[in-house]
Ligand binder design. Structure first.
Ligand SMILES: NC(=O)C1=CN([C@@H]2O[C@H](COP(=O)(O)OP(=O)(O)OC[C@H]3O[C@@H](n4cnc5c(N)ncnc54)[C@H](OP(=O)(O)O)[C@@H]3O)[C@@H](O)[C@H]2O)C=CC1
Ligand SMILES: [Fe+3]
Length: 442
């Protein structure tokens, strides 16, 4: 790495006392950007706002210059890469080879690969975009960064969206320089290792709620089963046996009866794997054995299952509030009143029914409140503000205490039986399943 690298890369902000942009001071660190697309534009704006001196390399600078902040210099590619030490490559992988003519100018410099492959490209190429770029420019140092930040998020600034920027590369000095830039731009750099990790980093934006697929299918499956059962019980059976038409119950009433069933079963499925894990460890008499894969996966999905349970319970509460608004309910009420008048009854009051409903409603509200507390404390931002003891206190009673009193070889049980979120904490730095595997290894 050249001596230039040792310079602090964080320059002064280019905003004067009136809040308007001013010309970059000559000592502001110079950063190059190759490409003039959406990402390059957002990146240039963010870099300029963060006090960098930006020079953009385009194949057609005249056409694109007007799209960039006026303080950014837009020029031909070859001129743009001559002086900066750090150059962002904001072009697609398929066009990397068109930059090979610049390899002489890029020698010894840091190239930041910001690219994201499409799902098809990711499957097609075994080698990450960043490694491909490194193979095309062996005399340069490639660092992977910023691919998880969209052009929009980059422009809006770190206030919105995810602040973390995973960084990987083979040269610690180069990574440090890019990390400082990430910091200066208001994001949080996260070093994820060597350039060999780039494939994983490039896969991050391709993910689509990976931990939710099985729990969601489970919830849907349960919903279908319970809905079918309630349909047979509340609609079909009266129709067949008493020729009563209660099909109007399908959209609201049957759904409302189904939702708490699903919520309860899902909630029990949150606790059950912890109990099974405890029983398994007790039976084996040791924690130094791996859980079966199905149990391991189950333990890992507790948070999602718990949140889906909360979701169903919340929907049930909403549906219950809507019930009195339905036409059928109003007709029932009016019919009851008419019946009462015809029967010459002036005061209808069944004490037992009244109490039952009061207690039912109160319990429902309390149960939903408790579930909300569990759901809220399983959110990362809140869970991270609690220590392990506080977290366990809110989330669940720990059976580990009584287990430990009988067998002191089972201290890890507390992690296996925790409720809702298999989270990392002060005394369990790894997620539940990882922890169990780590202990197996040790
Ligand atoms: N858009 C986004 O939100 C994000 C984009 N990225 C990554 O940033 C990179 C750029 O994306 P984006 O700005 O959206 O794409 P655009 O299509 O908007 O821009 C690509 C730019 O590449 C330049 N380029 C250089 N050589 C060639 C060539 N031979 N053929 C065509 N274009 C060339 C062009 O600039 P010129 O004509 O001036 O040379 C063009 O403007 C991609 O790798 C993408 O994966 C990463 C995260 C988010
Ligand atoms: Fe209810």
């Amino acid at each position: 790495m050249s001596g230039e690298m040792e310079k602090p890369l964080i320059g002064r902000r280019l905003v004067d006392s009136n809040g308007s942009l001013v010309e970059a001071p000559s000592e502001a660190p110079k950063v190059g950007i190759l490409g003039s697309g959406d990402f390059a534009r957002s990146l240039a704006t963010r870099l300029v706002d963060s006090g960098f001196n930006v020079v953009v390399g385009s194949r057609n600078p005249k056409r694109t210059a007007g799209l960039f902040p006026s303080v950014a210099q837009v020029t031909f590619q070859v001129d743009a890469v001559s002086s900066p030490e750090v150059i962002f490559v904001a072009v697609f992988r398929e066009h990397y080879s068109s930059l090979c003519g610049l390899s002489h100018q890029l020698a010894g410099k840091i190239l930041v690969d910001v690219s994201n492959p499409t799902e098809q490209e990711h499957l097609q190429h075994r080698e990450s975009n960043a490694e491909y770029l490194a193979s095309l420019f062996p005399t340069s140092t490639v660092v992977k960064a910023f691919n998880v930040i969209s052009a929009w998020a980059l422009q809006a600034g770190p206030r919105d969206g995810n602040r973390q920027v995973p960084i990987c590369g083979d040269q610690p000095e180069a990574k440090r320089a890019v990390s400082e830039m990430v910091h200066a731009m208001g994001f949080m750099p996260v070093d994820v290792g060597s350039l060999a990790s780039a494939r994983e980093v490039e896969a991050i934006p391709l993910r689509l709620l990976p931990g939710w697929k099985v729990p969601t299918l489970l919830a849907l499956g349960l919903f279908v089963c319970f809905y079918a059962y309630n349909f047979i019980r509340d609609v079909l059976q009266p129709y067949v046996q008493e020729s009563q038409n209660k099909f109007y119950k399908l959209p609201v009433s049957v759904v409302n009866t189904t939702l708490p069933c699903v919520a309860y079963v899902l909630l029990s499925l949150v606790y059950l794997p912890g109990v099974l894990a405890a029983a398994l460890q007790l039976r084996r008499g040791t924690k130094y054995r791996r859980f079966p894969d199905w149990l391991d996966h189950w333990l890992q999905h507790r948070k999602q299952i718990g949140l889906l349970s909360f979701f169903c319970a919340a929907l049930h509460a909403l549906y219950s509030f809507c019930l009195p608004l339905t036409r059928s309910h109003r007709y029932d009420l009016v019919n009851l009143a008419v019946k009462q008048v015809l029967a010459n009854k002036s005061h209808l009051w069944v004490e037992e029914e009244v109490w039952r409903m009061e207690i039912y409603l109160s319990m429902g509200v309390l149960a939903l409140g408790t579930l909300s507390l569990l759901a809220v404390t399983s959110l990362p931002s809140i869970a991270n503000s609690l220590n392990w003891r506080e977290f366990s206190f809110v989330q669940a009673v720990e059976p580990a205490d009584w287990v430990q009193s009988q067998d002191t070889h089972l201290p890890s049980l507390r992690h296996q039986t925790s409720f809702l979120a298999p989270r990392a904490s002060a005394c369990s730095p790894a997620p539940v399943s990882t922890l169990c595997h780590m202990e197996d290894v040790s």
